[in-house]
Design a protein around this ligand. Structure first.
Ligand SMILES: Cc1ncc(C[n+]2csc(CCOP(=O)(O)OP(=O)(O)O)c2C)c(N)n1
Ligand SMILES: [Mg+2]
Length: 320
């Protein structure tokens, strides 16, 4: 194991966590408005899987997208500006929380329509194959997306055309306030659906960044060799409500507490100190540097100008 790379995983997960804790605070203070869904608790999935990609690979995801964007290395200043609707935002302040995009990083959004990213992932995969780019597409989806027709159409097409896609299902057990067991007979074993499309699949612990990383590496090797898509089901839990407007009254606080015992960041921190890879002093230093980066990016976003009224119709297209 490369120790500095493992420390980087810890640092990145902490960046996601602290960024979103501050996002929640700024939302309550009115600096961020509109829809806003936090990824707190699920950091190991974005950080572990995205750490395996090369620059030429694509990422496409759902509306709970801040974590994926940060893990891809998009500048947090621009992400925070987007959340505040400012002109330095990744979409010039016009997309907001659910629509983070950065084509230079091959980060193809942030999609608010549940399952809407899946056919687009197939398009990206097809383009990569057709142009012999050897790029793969890492496509994140929630358990709720599995009930959409687009999910099944995309799985079928990806398998039939051997598209280079890694489907990464984040099974956090809830679609808004509904438990997966109420919407699927295979609630906690969704990965088995992939069998019917002849797509190799596996269930993994999405609260363990090292396990996510290992499974992603193995999957990517398979995909790059031209064998077609792979499907991973990462079991996880969101520690906060579905969105900032959700008081989470549909689940018992004891359930949340049980899952918080499995916090992916604390787990890696314990591993790193038990293995004597980092000590308490180094942990403190990392926390301080992450905090200072986040406070800088909040300052930057607050000072970023509002989009000009004349820019309202920029980047709006219509067919003649
Ligand atoms: C096509 C469509 N139907 C319904 C909605 C409303 N909606 C927004 S989020 C959501 C639940 C999705 O749950 P899941 O895919 O498990 O993602 P999670 O929020 O758990 O990350 C629904 C039904 C939507 N955005 N798009
Ligand atoms: Mg879910």
């Amino acid at each position: 194991m490369d120790q500095s790379k493992t420390i980087k995983l810890y640092q990145d997960m902490l960046l996601l966590r602290r960024f979103e804790e501050e996002t929640g605070r700024l939302y309550m203070e009115g600096d961020i408005r509109g829809f806003c869904h936090l990824y707190i608790g699920e950091e190991a999935i974005a950080v572990g899987s995205i750490s395996c990609l090369s620059e030429k690979d694509y990422i496409i995801t759902h509306y709970r997208d801040h974590g994926h964007a940060l893990a891809r290395g998009i500048n947090p200043k621009n992400i925070m500006s987007e959340l505040m609707g400012k002109s330095d935002g990744t979409s010039a302040g016009k997309g907001g929380s659910m629509h983070i995009f950065d084509v230079s990083k091959r980060f193809m959004g942030g999609h608010a329509i549940v399952g809407g990213q899946l056919p687009i992932a197939c398009g990206l995969g097809f383009a990569s194959k057709y142009q012999e780019e050897n790029s793969i597409v890492l496509c994140f989806l929630g358990d709720g997306a599995v009930n959409e027709g687009e999910f099944h159409e995309s799985m079928n097409l990806a398998s039939l055309w051997k598209l280079p896609i890694l489907f990464c299902l984040e099974n956090n057990l809830y679609g808004m306030g509904t438990h997966v067991n109420k919407t699927r007979s295979s609630g906690k074993d969704i990965y088995k659906i992939a069998d019917s499309y002849k797509i190799p699949s596996m269930q993994i612990d999405g609260m363990d960044v090292l396990e996510v990383q290992k499974a992603t590496q193995q999957s990517i090797e398979k995909i790059r060799s031209g064998e077609g898509p792979v499907f991973l089901e990462a079991m996880c839990y969101r520690f906060r409500g579905h969105s900032m407007a959700d008081p989470s009254s549909y689940r018992k606080s004891q359930e949340v507490v049980e899952w918080q015992k499995n916090d992916p960041i604390i787990k890696l921190e314990k591993f790193l100190s038990n293995q004597k890879i980092i000590d308490q002093q180094k942990i403190l230093k990392i926390k301080e540097s992450v905090d200072s980066e986040i406070f800088d990016c909040i300052e930057f976003a607050k000072n970023s100008p509002d989009p000009k009224i004349e820019s309202l119709l920029e980047n709006v297209y219509q067919n003649e």
